[in-house]
Design a binder for this molecule. Structure first.
Ligand SMILES: *Cc1c(COP(=O)(O)O)cnc(C)c1O
Length: 343
């Protein structure tokens, strides 16, 4: 069944919040999750002393649903979001929302908002935001006793309007994660502390921050919300290895594509700031853009220019982008289990 679509100009949507009809809610109380349900109420009412408000006990995920070439509505690898949210929950002493229930909740939110799933070819997608937070009052520092798990969705526009222009990054003097800290989980707190750094970078004319490893500040980690892929001059793909990088599902998928679909040599290893000039291409990986090309990295006035330049995506980055988006949209055969068909 295909619901009548909303009258939205899909092509001109940005990345913003548009309230849709239904969202999913489940509450955790006395050691157990309730059955969960869809609701039309987009507001959350909390006690003034709720754990999330006082001590930032909150985690989230992000994934998308979209229409494939043959007209199905699907989600991309939601099982990996469920798995990553479990890791986030354990690190912040929050209860785990069961993985199967997570995928079922994603499915029911997308079905209930099928009218907001952009049509194939529009470039737009339905962005899903699962999240969980401590909802009861805590004044002494300790984990909450009660939690709420929710998923809302919002249609978002094509990331690259009028082509993907390479970005300019600046090497940040701030750190996004501490050694042995929470860099590898998707916690709201990781974003709160990155806001000052990104506002400063934007004021200085940069698109994003490149964060270094907080221990030695010699190795590349990631940006505020995307992992790095580098392409060597002989066409190999390299991604930084570190315990404080958030394991991007897009980056892991692109590495698989590089190796199994494009036959490229792939390695996950420590990447030093000093060697960046040796790479031919650089890309930022995340759900929203899949892969955004980087043309230049500025380290305190020293310009590191990727040989792919500032005019367009490098050839390997483009191949990776075309292959993964082809897999997502059903134009290229997907690996087993990557495409979760919703209707
Ligand atoms: C969410 C996120 C990413 C991208 O992960 P995807 O699963 O590919 O969307 C990268 N870095 C950080 C810090 C993130 O929070």
């Amino acid at each position: 069944m295909s619901a009548e679509k909303k009258e939205i100009d899909w092509g001109s949507l940005g990345f913003g919040y548009i309230q849709t009809e239904k969202r999913y809610v489940s509450n955790y109380k006395e050691g157990a999750w309730d059955g969960g349900c869809l609701t039309e109420d987009a507001n959350v009412v909390l006690n003034e002393c709720a754990g999330v408000l006082q001590y930032a006990q909150t985690i989230f995920e992000g994934l998308k649903a979209y229409t494939t070439e043959d007209g199905h509505i699907v989600a991309f690898r939601p099982d990996l979001n469920a798995e990553r949210m479990e890791a986030s929950a354990r690190r912040l002493e929050m209860p785990v929302f069961p993985r199967e229930r997570f995928v079922d909740a994603v499915t029911s939110v997308v079905r209930a908002n099928a009218a907001y799933v952009p049509p194939y070819g529009s470039g737009a997608t339905l962005y899903l935001r699962p999240y969980m937070f401590g909802s009861d009052s805590v004044i002494g520092v300790k984990p909450s006793q009660e939690y709420q798990f929710r998923i809302f969705c919002t249609p978002v526009g094509p990331y690259f309007k009028g082509g993907a222009k390479p970005l300019t990054l600046c090497v940040s003097d701030f750190d996004r994660a501490a050694p042995h800290g929470t860099g590898s989980i998707k916690a709201g707190l990781n974003y709160a502390m990155s806001l000052h750094a990104i506002v400063g970078a934007h004021k200085a004319g940069f698109d994003e921050n490149m964060y270094l490893d907080p221990g030695t500040r010699t190795r590349v980690e990631e940006t505020g919300g995307a992992n790095f892929l580098f392409v060597t001059k002989d066409g190999g793909v390299v991604t930084p290895k570190s315990d404080s990088i958030l394991p991007s599902i897009t980056r892991r998928s692109l590495l698989h594509v590089a190796k199994e679909y494009l036959g490229l040599e792939v390695s996950e290893r420590e990447v030093y700031l000093d060697e960046l000039g040796d790479f031919a291409e650089c890309g930022l990986c995340g759900t929203a853009a899949v892969i955004s090309p980087v043309g230049k990295i500025v380290d305190h006035g020293r310009e590191i220019c990727l040989s792919s330049g500032m005019a367009e995506m490098g050839p390997v980055t483009k191949k990776l982008y075309d292959t993964l988006t082809g897999i997502q949209m059903g134009r290229i055969q997907a690996p087993e289990g990557w495409i979760h068909v919703i209707e």
